[in-house]
Design a protein around this ligand. Structure first.
Ligand SMILES: Cc1cc2nc3c(=O)[nH]c(=O)nc-3n(C[C@H](O)[C@H](O)[C@H](O)COP(=O)(O)OP(=O)(O)OC[C@H]3O[C@@H](n4cnc5c(N)ncnc54)[C@H](O)[C@@H]3O)c2cc1C
Length: 692
């Protein structure tokens, strides 16, 4: 991914975030926004103090890009323009719509995870209005943390906004606008500002268009407005709902109109109760999204005929049939003259799970398909306007041509060039990148505990933290009993592939004698560094030898840690042990068999965690690993959620050439605990019960 994924071909300092992309979810858009900031920072575009940046649009994307700038280029001047009255105006107060960061990946591994797992402006699944509240809070905090005199301005209700392009330099030179100045942190009105705003005209160095996808033209109501379609009818008789369109928005509304107690966050777990069926669907989805041309309707129909799955799929369809509302009927109006053609015409625009649910609803007799003009259908069935829902998509090009002065749609197409093919939605930044200001190479200049603590912190689910803290407290109790006079410190790290980078993440605060540290949970280390990295690569229990001198230990740590030791180990440590939990040798998740590592250290030069004690700890770890891999029983929505697809042909990584034999024991008498499964330790909330 490069800046050209975002840059308008013929306007060198104008960048567009996702407006013409195929994947339109909030998470894809936020990922694009952070990718763009990463590219701009690394490309040197934001190096100079007071570089003037304009962001047009204060939806999820605009605010995420702005958050990236506050963190990475705090000395730039930033101005945000929003056409409507508030930040994230589409989703504020939108209580009928539900957002999940990954539901559109269902039934893949990781689609259950409720967290967006973003380093900035992170959120968890909820009603759209709740997600807007989460992001408003995150944004407010970032603004409050700012320690710089550079400008941060927000204008709302921009009734006029034009980007003026200099045709000679091919640059967006200036922006003219009329809008109201607001508090940047929350969009509150500035008591000194005139409600009419004033006409302004200013130069900018970099312009980011974060204008989203626009509103649906003919829609009776925008998708994000509250309505009562999913609620039982209060009027007598059966109402007929007409839904026109064949995208995700139309299908979601069809499901809401026809299935009783429909909740987008529950329907998949309620209907799919069988693992074998879900596994078949994973394969079908890969085909649906792959290059091979498939008509999902025929594929699903074939699945329905397959002897071993027939009853399971029928059960799921019957479950949907039982749930059909008796107070409403529905007509689905599309351009296709047959149901199988609707599926053909999806052209992968419709998410897999909505396509599967549409197939099942059809089989359950949940709607009548038609390709007649929807106005004629409305007349014939005498359907009132409020029960006609039109989801014909939005006019994306118009959004951009409104903004570019002197650019009609033809010129906009020329100016944008290939941008309509843009993607940029696969994470391109390094882990920890958004924890510190400046370029990646500047991380070596970081100093001070504050920065170290915040550097490389990534999302850590609460449930994982509690479970690991409980494990560590239990081990701490055993140490206290067995070695009453030894000062010690311990914690647990889980291994994970994040953005395809193998990391070890500290999963709870350090448990110490009589106290607990604060602010270290969530930190991540490259899996190649320090003693935990050695245990990770060797897949063995390691322990410092007795009587190892301070200098021998620290010389080795220097070599092992690639200058990152200071982040992993305090200078006073004299004895340490690392105990990994291993996954099955045949099939494991990640870069090594290690699922997690318990780390114990002590400042006491005479401390020595002997074999007998480490065997006890290994047994505790094994039980912990088994408990996590078998999930956790009936804990409502807490489950161990896989985030990474398992490797089918794991490659065994060898430890590097560093000679550690003078310092570490490989503890050959202690077998590392093994969990007989491929798994990642990721206890988190999820309402999906069977996916994966
Ligand atoms: C029918 C429909 C259904 C969808 N369903 C889902 C879903 O279920 N899940 C999901 O993740 N995504 C869904 N999306 C996509 C979703 O809209 C986006 O993921 C999300 O809104 C992206 O945020 P954004 O900031 O890019 O765009 P937006 O939320 O649209 O924000 C853009 C902002 O720019 C402002 N703006 C536009 N033009 C100007 C201008 N000229 N001057 C100043 N400000 C301007 C707008 O007022 C707006 O606040 C759906 C989209 C549609 C159309």
């Amino acid at each position: 991914m490069t800046l050209d994924d975002f840059r308008a071909d013929n306007i060198s300092n104008l960048f567009i975030v996702g407006t013409f992309a195929k994947k339109v979810t909030v998470l894809h858009q936020q990922t694009r926004a952070l990718n763009l900031i990463h590219q701009l920072v690394e490309g040197g575009y934001l190096d100079k103090a007071n570089t003037r940046i304009a962001i047009v649009g204060a939806g999820f994307t605009g605010l995420t890009a702005a958050a990236g700038i506050l963190r990475k280029a705090p000395n730039c001047d930033l101005t945000i323009f929003e056409r409507r009255d508030t930040l994230m105006p589409l989703q504020q107060g939108s209580d009928a719509r539900w957002l999940h960061p990954r539901i559109y990946d269902w039934p893949d591994h990781g689609s259950e995870s409720k967290s967006a797992m973003l380093p900035l402006m992170n959120w968890t699944a909820g009603r759209a209005s709740d997600v807007a509240v989460q992001l408003s809070t995150a944004w407010r905090k970032l603004v409050a943390e700012r320690k710089t005199d550079s400008k941060l301005r927000l204008f709302c209700n921009t009734r006029h906004l034009k980007v003026v392009v200099d045709e000679a330099t091919k640059k967006a030179e200036k922006i003219e606008w009329v809008g109201e100045k607001r508090e940047a942190a929350n969009g509150a009105t500035d008591s000194n500002a005139s409600p009419e705003g004033s006409g302004e005209f200013e130069p900018f160095d970099v312009v980011l268009l974060c204008v989203g996808f626009g509103l649906e033209d003919e829609a009776t109501q925008s998708y994000w407005r509250n309505e009562t379609l999913a609620q039982p009818s209060l009027t007598p008789g059966r109402q007929m709902v007409l839904i026109s369109g064949a995208g995700d928005g139309a299908i979601v509304d069809l499901l809401r109109a026809r299935i009783s107690n429909f909740r987008q966050d529950r329907i998949l777990s309620e209907v799919f109760s069988d693992d074998t069926l879900t596994k078949e669907l994973v394969e079908l989805k890969a085909k649906y999204n792959g290059e091979e041309h498939t008509n999902l309707f025929f594929e699903l129909d074939e699945l329905l005929q397959a002897p071993e799955l027939n009853t399971k799929f029928l059960d799921a369809i019957n479950e949907l049939r039982r749930r059909l509302r008796r107070d409403s009927g529905a007509i689905l109006n599309t351009r296709s003259d047959s149901i199988s053609k609707i599926f053909k015409d999806f052209e992968k625009r419709v998410s897999f799970q909505n396509a599967v649910l549409l197939f099942m609803l059809y089989k359950a007799g949940g709607f009548i398909p038609t390709c007649e003009c929807y106005r004629d259908v409305q007349k014939r069935y005498n359907i009132p306007d409020e029960l006609v829902i039109v989801r014909h998509g939005t006019k994306r090009e118009a959004l951009v041509s409104q903004i570019l002065a002197d650019h009609g749609s033809e010129q906009v197409r020329n100016a944008l060039g290939d941008i309509s093919k843009q993607s940029g939605d696969r994470i391109g930044w390094q882990g920890g990148y958004f924890g510190f200001p400046g370029k990646w190479e500047q991380r070596s200049e970081l100093d001070g505990d504050e920065l170290r603590r915040s550097w490389r912190k990534e999302y850590l689910p609460d449930a994982t933290q509690i479970a690991c803290a409980t494990l560590c407290s239990a081990v701490a109790g055993s140490i206290r009993k067995r070695f009453p006079s030894t000062e010690f410190r311990l914690t647990f790290h889980r291994s994970m592939l994040l953005y395809e980078e193998p990391l070890l993440q500290q999963c709870c605060e350090y448990v110490m004698k009589d106290q607990v540290s604060s602010g270290t949970a969530g930190r991540t280390f490259t899996a190649s560094s320090a003693s935990i990295g050695l245990a990770y690569r060797l897949e063995k229990v390691i322990r410092t030898k007795q009587n190892v001198s301070h200098s021998e230990l620290y010389d080795l740590m220097d070599k092992l840690s690639l200058n990152e030791a200071a982040r992993a180990m305090r200078g006073s440590v004299r004895h340490l042990a690392c105990l990994p939990i291993l996954q099955s040798p045949d099939s494991y998740v990640g870069d090594s068999r290690v699922a997690g590592i318990l780390y114990i250290d002590s400042d006491n030069p005479d401390a020595h965690f002997d074999d007998e004690f480490l065997k006890l700890v290994a047994a505790m770890l094994e039980d912990f690993g088994q408990m996590v891999s078998r999930s956790v029983g009936d804990l409502s929505e807490v489950r161990n959620v896989p985030l990474t697809t398992r490797q089918l042909n794991p490659s065994n990584k060898k430890a590097d050439e560093i000679d550690f034999s003078g310092v570490f024991d490989l503890c050959s008498a202690i077998d590392p605990p093994i969990v007989d499964a491929a798994m990642q330790i990721n206890l988190d909330e999820t309402s999906f019960k069977n996916a994966g």
